[in-house]
Design a protein. Structure first.
Length: 80
């Protein structure tokens, strides 16, 4: 049973790491769009367009809740 818990913990850690890398890449793409504007390239513009579609579909309360959860997660992670 302990081996299963250890394996699941490794898998969970890997999934969280991949999610953090993905969020970091999206943040880098957003910053590059803010810096370069329309000259940032087709890929960067498509990512920003998709982000704007997701934000438009979500209610403002949901966006605020997700941002607060991300901030709380990062604060908790710092104190561990």
């Amino acid at each position: 049973m302990e081996e299963l818990k250890a394996q699941l913990l490794k898998i969970r850690t890997l999934v969280v790491l991949i999610a953090e890398i993905g969020i970091g890449l999206v943040a880098i793409i957003a910053v590059s769009y803010l810096l370069l504007g329309e000259n940032s390239g087709d890929y960067v513009q498509s990512v920003i367009k998709n982000l704007s579609v997701v934000v438009d579909v979500l209610k403002p309360e949901t966006v605020v809740s997700v941002v607060l959860l991300i901030i709380a997660y990062s604060v908790i992670k710092k104190f561990k």
